[in-house]
Design a protein around this ligand. Structure first.
Ligand code: FES
Length: 216
């Protein structure tokens, strides 16, 4: 065997062996840490954040003529009010025509609605987390909480009726009949620079609890 080859067979001094062992162990530990960090980053990127789930809260102005009509209404007939629904999904912004149902309420009617709709005013987070009454109005999402059809106001029966499976609600949105698991869902309303604005909320359908899927 050559002198050069035998140099490779020499295990070295105890200090050299100890240094090599330390370096090998350190490399394994560092490699493991890098691997764990990468794994956490990758897994984290795959889990949807609450921001992604909830979307971006945006305010959309209600049609001013429609809202003026609501302001002049007598509080017994809900009115359909159109608006341009702006939404943002990631970097994509889109617009579509939508409508909500508005009802003007006197202070007495507000009390009646509180009694009729305890699901909206329950304490400790069970109710909705915004004011259901704003400026003397309540705004309902036009989406039936059963399976998502658009319901309508039936003046003959003075009820909201959904054409899809026959769910019926009173003017306060209280569920009266049909397969819907809860009453109508409210939307936030605000006044901004003289305009009435709402935030669109997509609620989960077919469940008794009011669960927010997305804002826009
Ligand atoms: S979607 Fe309205 S009753 Fe089924």
């Amino acid at each position: 065997m050559s002198e050069h080859a035998s140099a490779y067979d020499d295990p070295g001094t105890p200090q050299e062996i100890s240094r090599r062992t330390f370096m090998a162990n350190a490399t394994v530990v560092l490699g493991g840490l890098v691997g764990v960090t990468l794994a956490i980053s990758v897994i984290g990127s795959l889990v949807p954040t609450s921001e992604v789930l909830s979307g971006k809260k945006m305010w959309s102005a209600l049609d001013s003529a429609g809202f003026s009509k609501l302001q002049g209404s007598d509080g017994n007939v809900p009115l359909k009010i159109f608006f341009t629904h702006k939404s943002q999904d990631g970097y994509l912004e889109s617009q579509s025509q939508e409508y909500v149902w508005g009802l003007k309420l006197t202070p007495d009617q507000e009390q009646q609605m509180r009694a009729a709709r305890p699901d909206l005013f329950a304490q400790k987070g069970a109710g909705v987390e915004f004011n259901v009454f704003t400026m003397g109005f309540v705004i309902f999402s036009p989406i039936c909480p059963h399976l998502g059809c658009h319901y309508n106001w039936d003046q003959a029966s003075t009820k909201f009726i959904c054409p899809c499976h026959g769910s019926v609600y009173d003017k306060f949105g209280k569920h009266l009949a049909g397969p819907a698991p809860r009453g109508l869902d409210p939307l936030p309303l605000r006044e901004q620079s003289g305009k009435a604005e709402i935030t669109w909320i997509q609620y989960e359908t077919a469940v008794p609890d009011r669960v927010i899927i997305a804002y826009s």
